[in-house]
Design a protein around this ligand. Structure first.
Ligand code: AMP
Ligand code: MG
Length: 266
């Protein structure tokens, strides 16, 4: 396949089985890594301008099953963008306090302030994915959430937040290899728990839950991107490109300079 769309127009059915997780656009690893480094260099300057302007914010939402490369994508972004401009937030199973509020409460509190780039390692989408698959809430609760998520994202978009929603798409085979690697590597074993292996057994349920979430929450104001992620270097390239393109479109400007300051330096 020489071409695979990164996103579909809102309203179209998204079925992950139509997307090849191994797609790499005909690129090889060395070229992709070089291009990624260029994007990271450009991102540093763009993030600095966004920070100086302090009027708008960006949030990169990373979703994907275990081992899909969320941590790796964050490491790549952090290698380019100054920590001063970056807010990385990871969402685990909600605490008792979080569960005593609506599901978007903890998410809203983590939204980056104007001038900053947020990265969500998992997000409110877990509330229509893992909650559905592990039956942590009844269907009428999670089914109502697609509209709630769309309204929430619209509110944030109207307030100056730009979403870059990335689904990191890996194959079942690739996940097996990565899980096996984790099981054998003492530096990675800590990442694995029984839940991860139980989730793998529900592979098809997760894919179906993602098909629905990606389809129902693929809006003009916050579209989904399906990032082929079986190759880590291609995944990084696609995410870097998306974030760079987003910031270039925003074209953040330095605030106007008060030239009377020039005469005030004593
Ligand atoms: P990890 O990202 O591997 O550190 O694991 C975090 C775990 O928290 C995953 O198993 C997620 O599915 C789970 N998690 C995240 N958000 C929620 C949520 N809203 N409800 C239940 N589990 C969640
Ligand atoms: Mg995990």
């Amino acid at each position: 396949m020489s071409h695979q769309p990164l996103r579909l127009p809102p309203g179209r059915d998204i079925r992950l089985s139509d997307f090849d997780p191994g797609f790499h656009g005909g690129l090889d690893r060395a070229d992709a890594e070089q291009e990624t480094r260029h994007h990271c260099d450009a991102l540093d300057e763009l993030a600095y301008r966004l920070y100086a302007e302090a009027k708008r914010a960006v949030v990169v939402v990373l979703q994907g099953i275990d081992t899909s490369g969320k941590d790796g994508a964050i490491r790549m972004l952090a290698s380019g963008i100054s920590p001063q401009c970056l807010d990385v937030r990871s969402f685990k199973a909600p605490s008792a306090v979080e569960l005593a509020h609506d599901f978007l409460w903890r998410i809203h509190a983590a939204v980056p302030a104007h001038g900053r780039i947020g990265v969500f390692n998992r997000s409110h989408y877990e509330d229509v994915i893992v909650v559905r698959v592990r039956k942590l809430a009844p269907p009428h609760v999670w089914k109502a959430r697609y509209d709630q998520i769309n309204a929430f994202e619209k509110l944030l978009a109207d307030g100056g937040l730009t979403f870059v929603k990335c689904f990191l798409h890996i194959s079942r085979k690739e996940q097996r290899e990565r899980l096996e690697d984790r099981l054998r590597d003492p530096r990675k074993q800590w990442k694995l728990g029984p839940d991860d292996l139980a989730d793998r057994e529900r592979w098809d349920d997760f894919q179906a839950a993602y098909d629905d979430a990606l389809t129902k929450c693929n809006t003009e104001h916050a579209p989904w991107h399906i990032v082929p992620a079986d190759r880590k270097w291609y995944r990084n390239l696609v995410v870097a490109r998306l974030v760079r393109e987003t910031l270039e479109r925003l074209d953040p400007r330095f605030p106007p300079f008060d030239s009377t300051l020039l005469t005030r330096l004593t």
